[in-house]
Write a protein that binds this ligand. Structure first.
Ligand code: FAD
Ligand code: UDP
Length: 366
């Protein structure tokens, strides 16, 4: 069969869409973009449900980045709605903001703190250690055991299936304690939600006649039939290599959606339940999109071991398995592994876009 498409891109998430957009516009080459799901957008896909409420199919997604380059790149395809993410944790029958800040502490302990006072307070509580070795150490070396137990220990066990001691420090480092009253979840300069949703952003990125989209299709169904110059693979790397070094563990999720006959269910888009429930958190989507509607849709999130791969698990032993796959990947000419599943890294959307832009540049300059 003749080479109709120069590029095969496997996976239409942020990694695949960025690549498809770049190749089709900058190289003016034909791209076949394949996804086994029934839609584009990967885990960031959103859609209007049967009640007309815009929801995110795979849990809460908020865009945030420090990178002007990534922000400017995506801003070609969308305006942003100015949403600023705040997360509430329900603990001891109170609703407090996370990451821990002065307001969190005042509400929790029913007393006043200054920044200096809080530093002193934590100075007495923190566990002093030579080396921060894991996600438990990250927390107790900042705030001590009590708050570790209250916010992190059980939530992390629910989320990852293991206690923080087993996880790389990067996991809980995402939530650094603050000595101010900044209640934003992310402090990145650029943040928000695409004004008309993520899926519209993806539609715009892929709106090019060089891009052909094939949904509901595992790439293996076409790989032996069509020939390509280059393959960009954004699915799970262990699947690509037929699990030759064994399965890489991923954490999966169950989402339970409910639409309620009330305008508002909770005080923030995301409310975490560290201790008292089987679910980790509840998301109420209207907060993200500022949508007005007399009903509201919420989503309970349950974490589990098997099922669709959502989270690469940052445990050092699993990294070792990944590195074996990476070595195999490096032997292949003209196949590139980009994205959260292909790089087996706990990457945010902006990091994935950045990674795709970087690999594209490499290919472009030969
Ligand atoms: P994906 O979006 O996973 O896309 C990969 C695509 O490849 C999928 O569509 C899949 O169907 C397809 N695929 C896989 N195998 C095959 C195959 N064999 N054949 C064909 N297609 C295949 N990041 C943030 O920045 N902010 C957030 O608030 C945030 N919240 C998150 C919340 C949850 C619950 C989760 C799970 C992730 C969150 N993330 C967040 C991370 C974000 O989802 C990822 O960074 C981003 O979606 C990764 O994009 P990707 O293209 O690498 O992978
Ligand atoms: N975390 C926790 N309690 C919380 C929120 C987060 O213990 O209430 C821990 C948990 O291990 C989580 C990590 O901090 O996986 C990072 O949190 P983040 O919200 O960044 O996770 P995400 O769901 O966005 O991947």
């Amino acid at each position: 069969m003749s080479k109709q498409f120069k590029f095969l891109i496997v996976g239409a998430g942020f990694a695949g869409c960025t690549f498809a957009e770049r190749v089709s516009t900058q190289l003016n080459k034909k791209v076949l973009l394949v996804d086994k799901r029934s839609h584009i957008g990967g885990n960031a896909y959103d859609y209007y449900n049967e009640d007309g409420i815009l929801i995110q199919k795979y849990g809460p997604h908020i865009f945030h980045t420090k990178s002007r380059k990534v922000w400017d790149y995506l801003s070609q395809f969308t305006e942003w709605n100015g949403y600023v993410h705040r997360v509430i944790a329900k603990v001891r029958d109170k609703e407090v903001y996370l990451p821990i800040n002065i307001d969190t502490m005042e509400l929790l302990y029913n007393r006043k703190f200054t920044a200096k006072g809080l530093k002193k307070y934590f100075g007495n509580k923190m566990v002093k250690m030579d080396k921060v070795k894991n996600s438990h150490d990250v927390v107790v070396s900042q705030v001590g055991e009590e708050l570790y137990e209250l916010f992190f220990k059980n939530y992390t066990k629910k989320q990852w299936g293991v206690y923080p001691e087993e996880l790389d420090p990067q996991v809980t480092k995402r939530l650094q304690v603050r000595f101010n009253r900044d209640s934003r979840y992310f402090t990145d300069k650029y943040q928000g939600i695409p004004k008309y949703g993520f899926s519209r952003l993806f539609d715009k990125m892929l709106n090019n006649r060089n891009i052909h989209i094939l949904l509901n299709t595992d790439y293996r169904k076409i790989i032996d039939v069509l020939k390509f110059d280059k393959i960009i693979f954004t699915g799970p790397i262990d699947y690509f290599f037929d699990y030759m070094y064994g399965k890489l563990p991923y954490r999966s999720l169950d989402f339970k959606f409910e639409t309620l006959d009330i305008e508002k269910f909770q005080n923030a888009a995301v409310v975490n339940y560290p201790n008292d429930q089987d679910y980790t958190r509840i998301t109420e989507f209207k907060h993200f999109y500022f949508q007005r509607h007399n009903k509201t849709t919420i989503c309970y999130e349950f974490s589990k071991g098997d099922g669709d791969p959502y989270y690469p698990i940052p445990i050092p032993d699993y990294q070792k398995i990944y590195l074996k796959y990476k070595k195999e990947a490096e032997k292949l000419k003209n196949v590139y592994f980009v994205g959260r599943l292909a790089e087996y890294r706990y990457l945010n959307m902006d990091q994935v876009v950045n990674s795709a832009l970087r690999v594209f540049k490499k290919i472009k300059h030969g």
